[in-house]
Design a protein around this ligand. Structure first.
Ligand SMILES: *Cc1c(COP(=O)(O)O)cnc(C)c1O
Length: 354
């Protein structure tokens, strides 16, 4: 069954904005889009006087091959944040529908749902048991008006991987809700991407990003990978030119063979550093628990998170304080940095001077 049966009917029926770049014509003199006729002759570093392709073919092909899928199943946007927003817009009828997400998790699902007027249902992970997910209990939160279930895996900020449970979850939600798997950190995990499951599940979508492992947070490039019908619907409701030309160039440069080899090395370094930092933190008196992590960060429960936060800040190190969130009392999230930056974290917390 196509998931479009669960999408907003007025959007499925919407005739898309006919942008100049979508017309399919090719011509020597282009006077169809009210652009400036001067390209970047000195005043600008790059020729960016023309509107970009709505979905650049080459980037779509490169991302499809990186994510082991087909170009038709890829929609590229301004970070996965934009894909999250568009999925919520595409599926949720304001004032009626709801979405379910894990708690604690990435904050944008709640923001996006609220902006769209959808009810946000937070399913509490088992904080006593390293944030384990009880899928049956989660499914009890799903009803006829649930359109999306967000599963962030590895989960931000806990670092927990839920990939072993995704196949069963997608099966249980079939024909009812789209399971959106946010894989922002999958490069740091020891698990294959859920994109392989899309062949078996029409209701599974995967969110990927170049912001974390690929080092392009400033370029804002992310992707939705889903069945063609869902990808086409998102493309139809998206603004006509989501990808700035400089961002596409930066993304293509990050995806050439040399850059990908460097990225793989950096991922290996960060994973090694994560485990090294984890061991060092566990040994500290002020640390109560360091969650196992499949991401490029560690969630650390301190005896006194406030004191630890201040101590780090006094050493010029900023981490993220989650201690006010349910289930995260005394927890700080520490991103994995360069080896010497990670050393600085340990030094600050042991009180030794550098
Ligand atoms: C960082 C992050 C994102 C945002 O990705 P962008 O592609 O930069 O928008 C999405 N999901 C999670 C869980 C994140 O931590």
């Amino acid at each position: 069954m196509s998931m479009l049966a669960r999408a907003r009917a007025e959007l499925v029926a919407l005739k898309p904005y006919a942008s100049a770049r979508r017309s399919g014509f090719d011509a020597r003199i282009r006077l169809d889009a009210n652009e400036s006729p001067w390209d970047g002759d000195g005043a600008q570093a790059q020729a960016i006087n023309r509107y970009p392709e709505p979905q650049p073919d080459l980037l779509r092909e490169r991302l499809a091959s990186l994510y082991a899928t087909t170009p038709q199943r890829v929609w590229i946007g301004r970070g996965s944040d934009e894909a999250i927003d568009l999925l919520l817009r595409a599926f949720c009828v304001a004032g009626r529908d709801n979405v379910v997400a894990l708690a604690p998790t990435f904050g944008m699902y709640r923001i996006g749902a609220t902006v769209q007027g959808a009810q946000f249902r937070a399913f509490p992970l088992d904080a006593q048991n390293d944030f384990a997910l009880d899928t049956d209990a989660l499914l009890a939160l799903v009803d006829d008006d649930t359109k999306l279930v967000f599963a962030c895996s590895p989960n931000n900020p806990t670092g927990t991987l839920y990939h072993a449970q995704l196949d069963a979850l997608a099966t249980a939600l079939a024909g009812r809700a789209l399971l959106a798997v946010d894989e922002a950190y999958i490069e740091f995990a020891d698990a294959p991407s859920a994109t392989a499951l899309i062949d078996h599940h029409a209701n599974l979508a995967v969110l990927r990003t170049l912001s974390k492992a690929h080092g392009l947070a400033g370029a804002r490039v992310g992707a939705l990978i889903a069945r063609e019908d869902v990808v086409d619907l998102v493309a139809r409701i998206a603004p006509p030119y989501p990808l700035p030309v400089p961002s596409t160039r930066a993304a293509l440069a990050a995806l050439d063979d040399d850059a990908l080899a460097r990225t793989r090395e950096r991922i290996a370094t960060l994973v090694r550093e994560r485990e090294r930092l984890r061991e060092s933190l566990i040994a500290l008196d002020c640390v109560d628990r360091v969650l196992p992590s499949s991401g490029n960060f560690l969630l650390v429960r301190f005896d006194d998170a406030r004191a630890a936060f201040s101590r780090l800040l006094d050493s010029g190190i900023l981490v993220r304080d989650f201690s006010a969130q349910p289930g995260l009392a005394h927890c700080l999230r520490i991103s994995i940095g360069l080896p010497e930056q990670n050393d600085a974290v340990i030094a600050a917390l042991t009180g030794s001077t550098r």
